[in-house]
Design a protein around this ligand. Structure first.
Ligand SMILES: [Zn+2]
Length: 136
């Protein structure tokens, strides 16, 4: 994979891990840190430039940084997201970020490009010293 596009950002959200026997079972919040690393075998055009000069647009990767009312995860109550529900662990949120980020990147692809060479690695820090990685 010749190119890896990497970006990092944070979002602040509340959650509760329903059924957890301990403090994580009570309503609390985190400043989550996200690192997204998207690898590609070739360059492509994006929604904002027609020439094949990008892996993807950074704007597309950073969707989750936006306020929840604008479609992101900032200032969300994560348990309100139907795909997460009671299971708002770092592991489940990382997989959610992976699924939704790749879907957004694929939306920007030109007709006839299935993006099969695109591989995304998500790292999600719940605290400054604890993170989860997810990739396929
Ligand atoms: Zn927590």
């Amino acid at each position: 994979m010749p190119w890896t596009l990497t970006t990092e950002f944070t979002f602040d959200s509340a959650h509760v891990i329903v059924g957890y026997d301990g403090p994580c079972g009570r309503l609390h919040g985190h400043t989550y840190r996200v690192r997204l690393a998207l690898t590609s075998e070739r360059l492509r055009p994006s929604a904002h430039v027609k020439r094949a000069v990008m892996v993807a647009d950074f704007k597309t990767l950073k969707w989750a940084k936006k306020d929840v009312e604008a479609g992101g995860l900032d200032h969300a109550f994560l348990n309100d997201l139907p795909e997460l529900g009671d299971d708002t662990t770092a592991e489940v949120i990382a997989a959610y970020l992976h699924r939704h980020t790749l879907a957004r990147v694929r939306t920007d692809l030109p007709d006839g490009d299935d993006g099969a060479d695109l591989k995304l690695r998500v790292t999600l820090w719940e605290t400054p010293d604890s993170c989860c990685e997810y990739w396929e």
